[in-house]
Design a protein around this ligand. Sequence first.
Ligand code: UGC
Ligand code: NI
Length: 166
Amino acid sequence: MSIRLAIEPLTPELFRPFGDVVWPDPEKVVMINGGTTARFNALSSAEALGEDATVAISIFRGEPRKFPYHVDMMERHPFGSQSFSPLSGRPFLVIVAEDMGGTPGKPRVFKAEPGQGVNYFANVWHHPLMTLGETSDFLVVDRAGPGHNLEEYFYPALFVIEESPL
Ligand SMILES: NC(=O)N[C@@H](O)C(=O)O
Ligand code: NI
């Protein structure tokens, strides 16, 4: 018997414990380039911890997930943040969990609307990329360098997202 997960709207306030929402926040706009460009400044910051760590900029091409989708695991990156910004302008799902003394609690599922990306703080439990509907590209900024920057946890019970929010 799987435990059903509801889908919540992604807002900066709801997501605050897990990271930042990366979106053109009008409160962070600075006009530059002679007024021809709006810079939405410092929406979040990349953390790259540890000796010889660097910040990597990658593109992830995600295949759409099938539903009902069973969330059976979470992961985290102890040495750095990880951001996902859609290049396709499509919604995607963001699944995170509070840390409960070294393992993730119940997953929380947020729907990122077009124009919204996220930056997970270092060591925040999250599920790998959850693409919706069609193959989609994401700009990903995260930590590269030595050391094992991936911790995975597999739940003893299954959680399920019954249907796609599209
Ligand atoms: N493995 C990898 O680079 N991607 C995951 O960390 C993810 O969160 O999608
Ligand atoms: Ni990750």
